[in-house]
Design a protein around this ligand. Sequence first.
Ligand code: SF4
Ligand code: SF4
Length: 440
Amino acid sequence: MLLKTFKGGIHPPGHKKLSRDKPFVNLSIPHRCYIPLQQHIGKPAVPLVEVDDIVEEGQMIGRADGFISANVHASIPGRVVEITDYPTVYSEHGQCVVIEAEGSFSSSGKNVESRNWEELSSDELMNLVHEAGITGMGGAAFPTAVKLSPPEHREIDTFVVNGAECEPYLTVDDMLMQTYPDEIIEGIRITLKILKINKAAIGIEKNKPEAIKAISKAIENGNFNETIELHPLPVKYPQGAEKQLIYTILKREVPSGELPLDVGVVVNNVGTIFAMREAVLFGKPLIERYLTVTGSIVKNPGNYKVRIGARITDIIEECGGLTGKPAKVIMGGPMCGLALNHMETSVVKGTSGVLILGQDEVAIHDYSPCIRCGRCVAACPMQLMPNELGNAVEKQRYDIAETLHPFDCIMCGSCTYVCPSKRPLSHFIKLAQVTFSAKR
Ligand code: SF4
Ligand code: SF4
């Protein structure tokens, strides 16, 4: 019998009320932006500028290097003051172009005429997406133009749109769907034209009734021929993970080691679709994004529009500062996000949120041996054996770990969350992935 939703998963507290009703606010333009050349999965972009160059807002400053890479653009107009290694969310030392604001803005605040995208071919649309440096904005930052170019022999029939936003604390996608439902539907239609298919299905968790209402109205009132279905989804983490979303909506299982396109599906999240539409209609590169800044010690938690390259420390100040001492700063949400070592780290294309946890919200305890309770196995949405994988890595028995499919792990953190022995299971599995990747 087919299940209503995917196997496994957990129900962590949502913590979304801190920011869920806060409409978008534009944060001030930063005086300095630190723009990493590696903001995406794949090779870093190759710098196109030198120190002392004057750049315009939206000018390309890094060219995609090879097939899996993405262009990078200046998020503010100004002077390049440094091209240097700087801490980024992905690495302690990532090459960044540092721009100091100077001169005037060429597009912000101006009326830009929109293109009639329906007159463009699939290839022309794709090229606009590529030039604008669009990447996945739900966290993974995979170059979108690559994702929308499945190999010829793969037949795609459905575009699945991820509006689940199952990660606790984050509300940016919810607010995006409430604020810009018509734009998201238009972005979906552009994507369908690129993929040369006619059917999309958008999944939104049922705890976002306003977003469901807004998207449903936009579909109802829209005048188009494509089929766009809305699927309210059960609330369960990680509902927004690609394979889990595909199962819940289409009841198709993506086999171990395979990709959504192997079952005829391409998945994108609503933020990516919104940015793609802006790139196609207005030629706007990915130089700013919406995100959630949240946590009980943030003075004004909410949903904000921020320039790529703005530093976390400047963003926090703009949000009124903190009311307590931070214990942990996370880019993204608490389950899948990345803990930061430096408040100077800057926002990148994949930054869906900034979460600041106070001292009393971060439990610091040692872990103990596995008591074989099986909770991690029940919670794993990929039907892995996190307990066995953890034990093997801890004993450095990588020969055993290799047989337990570590690369199927989607790093959702559900196993770590439920473990009564507080074992850092997803960390162990990441270690196995890194070890095997280095050997390959
Ligand atoms: S982190 Fe990996 S092993 Fe743990 S529950 Fe998620 S998919 Fe399973
Ligand atoms: S949840 Fe923790 S204690 Fe229980 S089986 Fe998994 S690793 Fe062992």
